[in-house]
Design a binder for this molecule. Structure first.
Ligand SMILES: C[S@@+](CC[C@H](N)C(=O)[O-])C[C@H]1O[C@@H](n2cnc3c(N)ncnc32)[C@H](O)[C@@H]1O
Length: 283
């Protein structure tokens, strides 16, 4: 196989942008090789441009999905950054629940993990709900996890984790309470699992038949997108929030540069956002 040249890089970056909206450029040559070299070989391609042609022509069933799985970074852990879960427990949920009292659906909660990777964020949200609402089984709760990577969504849906995965942020109390040991792995309990559902979804596509949500976790994904796509994404997320709903972003992310619409509120050291609906027309 020939070495990666500038035409290969352009072709791959164009494909990755079209499939996932992820911005790669020639500084990502090492990533292209490490993520896609095996696929180029397996598919008997002459070079990376050849692989791109095959994907675009949809000649091989499932190849597009394999490329998406390979180029996405599914790094995640349990209770990542801890502060959003503290904010949920101490501020967001009590406030949302108070607001719902006397409404048509006082016991309904909808939460979306918009790039859920292999599910740790979704189940951490569900565990936080179980901890905050001891009678959670009597509530109408749904935690939706979506991600563009079919392999990550399948892993999340299965809810089975090995020692290495469990070792990243899980504490003994939650493990004993919400997981069942299966040989060398741990499986999410049926109670926790029944609160959660999973779907493959590309955040760049229209959000049809989804929401409204009380809380949206959109963490550590928009960092891979271009500026316009990032602004558009959060605009569309705001459209599927309830009137008093919250958006939570990653600890190194901020929406502050996106204009009047977005002012962070710090709760338990987490940046939480209520979109300023009055500022919509200025965006
Ligand atoms: C670094 S992980 C973050 C997981 C989790 N939110 C967290 O903070 O631990 C980023 C995830 O975004 C997903 N992703 C990337 N582009 C996406 C897109 N266009 N639509 C939906 N998910 C996407 C990847 O597949 C990956 O699982």
């Amino acid at each position: 196989m020939a070495n990666l040249d500038s035409k290969d890089i352009d072709a791959v970056c164009g494909l990755v942008d079209d499939l996932c909206g992820i911005c790669w450029d020639d500084s990502k040559a090492y990533l292209i090789e490490s993520r896609l070299e095996d696929l180029v070989k397996e598919q008997g391609c002459e070079n990376y441009q050849d692989l791109v042609r095959k994907v675009r022509a949809e000649l091989v069933p499932g190849l597009k999905e394999q490329v998406i799985d390979a180029v996405t970074t599914n790094e995640t852990l349990w209770f990542r950054d801890s502060s959003p879960f503290e904010a949920m427990k101490n501020k967001l949920l009590p406030e949302l629940i108070d607001n719902k009292a006397g409404s048509v659906f006082p016991r309904r909660l909808r939460i979306w993990s918009a790039a859920c990777s292999t599910g740790q964020e979704v189940y951490s949200i569900a565990m936080t709900l179980a901890q905050t609402l001891p009678d959670y089984k009597d509530w109408d709760i749904q935690v939706l996890g979506t991600d563009i990577s079919p392999a990550a969504v399948e892993h999340a849906r299965e809810g089975v984790y090995d020692h290495l995965e469990i070792g990243r942020g899980m504490d003994q109390e939650h493990l004993q309470k919400h997981f069942v040991k299966q040989g060398d792995t741990w499986k999410v309990s049926d109670d926790l699992r029944s609160m959660c559902s999973f779907h493959q979804r590309n955040l760049h596509e229209q959000f049809t038949c989804i929401g409204p949500f009380d809380i949206i976790f959109c963490r550590n994904v928009a960092i891979y997108f271009g500026d316009q796509e990032r602004i558009s994404l959060f605009e569309r997320l705001a459209e599927v929030l309830t009137a008093d709903g919250w958006i939570i972003v990653g600890s190194s992310e901020s929406l502050a540069s996106m204009g009047e619409r977005w002012h962070p509120e710090q709760h338990c050291r987490a940046s939480c956002y209520h979109p300023n609906m009055a500022a919509k027309d200025f965006v």
